[in-house]
Design a protein around this ligand. Structure first.
Ligand SMILES: [Mg+2]
Length: 337
C-alpha cells in the first residue's frame, strides 16, 4: 500500500488565499473584454503575468478577506458569534474608499441595509444568486471544522447578501471543494464528490444558521426552498461532466458551463479551468481570465482551488511580494496553515 503523506510545508491555506488573489488580479483587466480582445492583447494563452506593483485585485479578494477576518476574529464559530462580525466587515468594505473595483450591485444593496441595522434575513437581496457570495467563500474551506459547521458558515456568509437558495448551495459547494482539495482529494475527483454532496444535502435546510430566510411568498416548506438551489448546482454539474467528456478545444470555457455571473456557473466554470490544466497552475488562472464572462471571479476561484491542492509551490515565488493585500493574505495564511 502506498501512503501519501502531505507535508505541512505545503502551505495549502497560503496557496489557496494567494491563488484567489492572483486569479483575481489576472482577471481584473479582462472582466469586461471579449475573448477576441483578450487574445489580441495577451496572445492565445491569455494573461500570465501580474501587472502593476502592487498588482491590484478586485472586490472578490477584498470580500474574501472580509470573510476570512470575520472568521479569524470570531470568539466561536456559531451563527450568533459570526454574524455580527461578518456584518461589520461587509459594511466596512462597502463604505471603504478601496471599494472602487466594479463591485456587485447585490452586495452594495445588501450592505446598505446591513449598515442600517436591519435583520440580515431582511437586508439580503432575496432573489439574487449572483456569484458575489461564492467568490468570497473559499476561506471557509480552510478552517479545521466539521462539515456541518463548514456548511453553516458558508451559507450564512452567503445569505447576508445573496438570499437565493442557489447562492447558499453554490457557496457551500465552493467551500467544500477547497476543503476536499486541501485534504488531499485529486482535482479530477471533484465533480463526482460535489455531485454526491448536492444529492445528499438536497433537502437539508440549516435553520440554526439561516433562521427564517426561507419564508417567502409561494414557498411551501424550507426543504423545497433549499432544494431549488441544490438542483441548480446539479444541473450545472451535468454540463461540467459533459464538457469534461470531450477533449479540450482550447476555447472559452464559458461556452460549456456558463459565464459565471451567477453562483453555480462561477463554481463550475472555475472547476473546468482548474481541471483543464492540472499540471500548470498559472495556465488555470490564465484560462479563467481568458473568458467572455466574469473573468476575475472565475480565475479567482480557479486559483483558490489549485492553490488548495498544490500549496504555495503552485505560484511564481516573486508574485507574493507584488500582490495587493499581501500583508493580510500572509497573516491569515499563517493562522490557517
Ligand atoms: Mg470582481
Amino acid at each position: 500500500m502506498i501512503t501519501t503523506v502531505i507535508p505541512s510545508t505545503d502551505r495549502r491555506a497560503a496557496g489557496s488565499l494567494f491563488g484567489l488573489a492572483y486569479g483575481d488580479a489576472l482577471g481584473k483587466p479582462t472582466e469586461f473584454l471579449t475573448v477576441a480582445e483578450i487574445v489580441r492583447r495577451y496572445g492565445p494563452s491569455g494573461p500570465r503575468e501580474l501587472e502593476g506593483d502592487p498588482a491590484q485585485v478586485t472586490d472578490d479578494t477584498q470580500m474574501a478577506l472580509a470573510v476570512a477576518w470575520a472568521l479569524h476574529d470570531a470568539p466561536a464559530l456559531t451563527a450568533e458569534a459570526v454574524e455580527p462580525l461578518l456584518r461589520q466587515r461587509f459594511v466596512d468594505w462597502s463604505v471603504s474608499p478601496e471599494n472602487n473595483r466594479a463591485p456587485g450591485m447585490t452586495c452594495l444593496r445588501a450592505c446598505a441595509e446591513l449598515g442600517r441595522g436591519a435583520r440580515w434575513q431582511e437586508a439580503t437581496v432575496a432573489d439574487s444568486k449572483g456569484c458575489g457570495a461564492n467568490m468570497r467563500v473559499t476561506p471557509v474551506g480552510l478552517l479545521d471544522v466539521d462539515l456541518d459547521t463548514l456548511a453553516g458558515l458558508a451559507q450564512l456568509q452567503a445569505g447576508l447578501t445573496h438570499g437565493h437558495p442557489t447562492g447558499l448551495a453554490a457557496s457551500e459547494l465552493t467551500a467544500y471543494a477547497v476543503r476536499l482539495l486541501r485534504d488531499g482529494a485529486a482535482l479530477p475527483e471533484l465533480p463526482g464528490l460535489l455531485t454526491a454532496r448536492a444529492h445528499e444535502q438536497r433537502t437539508v435546510y440549516r435553520g440554526d444558521w439561516l433562521g427564517d430566510l426561507w419564508r417567502r411568498p409561494g414557498v411551501p416548506t424550507a426543504a423545497e426552498f433549499i432544494a431549488e438551489g441544490w438542483d441548480d448546482c446539479l444541473r450545472v454539474f451535468g454540463r461540467l461532466d459533459a464538457a469534461l467528456a470531450r477533449p479540450d478545444d482550447g476555447g472559452d470555457p464559458c461556452r460549456l458551463t456558463g459565464e459565471g455571473w451567477i453562483a453555480e456557473e462561477a463554481l463550475a466554470t472555475a472547476l473546468l479551468c482548474a481541471l483543464r490544466h492540472p499540471d500548470d497552475p498559472v495556465a488555470a488562472l490564465a484560462r479563467g481570465a481568458t473568458t467572455a464572462g466574469d473573468s476575475d471571479s472565475i480565475a479567482a476561484l480557479a486559483g483558490a482551488f489549485v492553490g488548495a491542492a498544490h500549496g504555495m509551490t503552485a505560484w511564481p515565488a516573486a508574485w507574493s511580494g507584488r500582490i495587493e493585500y499581501a500583508d493580510q493574505l500572509t497573516a491569515l495564511a499563517a493562522a490557517l496553515d
